[in-house]
Design a protein around this ligand. Structure first.
Ligand SMILES: N[C@@H](CCC(=O)N[C@@H](CS)C(=O)NCC(=O)O)C(=O)O
Length: 245
């Protein structure tokens, strides 16, 4: 998501996040920088929700260029969210943050990121496939629609690429077992779920993918889903209002 601005912005801590799910949640160390609609950020927020933890959430508005501030650039030179900071320890890339949070706060054998080498390899397989294929196709489809230059892009072609990627998810990963990496919920599900739900901004019809739609419906019942994904639906509403005005 590109949004350039050299504006200096004071980063604020915000309320909200996984603690609003109603279940008991433990405050944990570290600052988690997020933009609420962002898929990788929602994946990390859902990981916090699944672990029942709440770091200090710091919210950035990418459309106001808050991630380009001197303060945030000094933390993460790539100026991307999510970013997690605990003292001198700074980490970005959602698929690195999620395993870190699980092992740090859930322990080395937590089922969200299983310790068994084969089970872990399957989770890593999906996380990497998400980065390179599933979410990649979704971002390529979404970006021109959100940030302009739509005229130079064949959106139908981009949509077909999304369908091609999701067909593999549907006919291989989710045909074999109820969760993307096996019989249990893992961070791979949360990562892929955040990307797949991003397509809701465009009302993309995924009904041809029966396994995906069943899996999405099941995961949307997770007790922390609503609070961790509210930013997506608020953003969708803003886009709708913009289109109508
Ligand atoms: N692969 C990264 C992607 C991070 C990313 O690109 N985040 C977007 C928000 S969805 C962002 O920070 N964009 C700001 C920019 O590119 O300037 C991850 O999974 O964390």
């Amino acid at each position: 998501m590109g949004c350039n601005s050299s504006k200096q912005v004071q980063i604020q801590s915000t309320s909200g996040g996984p603690s609003n799910s109603g279940s008991s949640v433990k405050d944990v160390r570290g600052d988690l920088y997020v933009a609420w609609p962002s898929a990788p950020c929602r994946a990390v927020l859902m990981t916090c929700g699944a672990l029942g933890i709440k770091p200090n959430i710091k919210s950035l508005d990418l459309f106001k260029g808050e991630h380009k501030s001197a303060e945030f650039s000094a933390i993460n030179p790539m100026t991307t969210v999510p970013t997690y900071v605990d003292g001198n320890f700074k980490i970005w890339e959602s698929r690195a943050i999620m395993p870190y949070l699980v092992t740090m706060f859930g322990g080395p054998t937590h089922p969200l990121f299983p310790k068994d080498p084969k089970a872990r390899a399957r989770v890593d397989n999906v996380l990497n496939a998400d980065q390179s294929t599933f979410y990649h196709a979704i971002v390529e489809y979404a970006r021109p629609q959100l940030f302009g230059n739509k005229d130079n892009v064949d959106i139908d072609e981009k949509r077909e690429e999304v369908f091609k990627a999701l067909k593999v998810l549907d006919e291989y990963y989710l045909a074999e077992h109820p969760y993307v990496a096996g019989s249990q919920l893992t961070i791979a599900d949360l990562s892929v779920l955040a990307g797949v739900t991003f397509t809701e901004l465009f009302d993309l019809d995924l009904s041809q993918f029966k396994n995906i739609t069943t899996w999405v419906a099941k995961l949307k019942k997770l007790p922390y889903y609503d609070v961790c994904n509210k930013g997506l639906y608020e953003f969708k509403e803003q886009l709708k209002q913009k289109q109508q005005s």
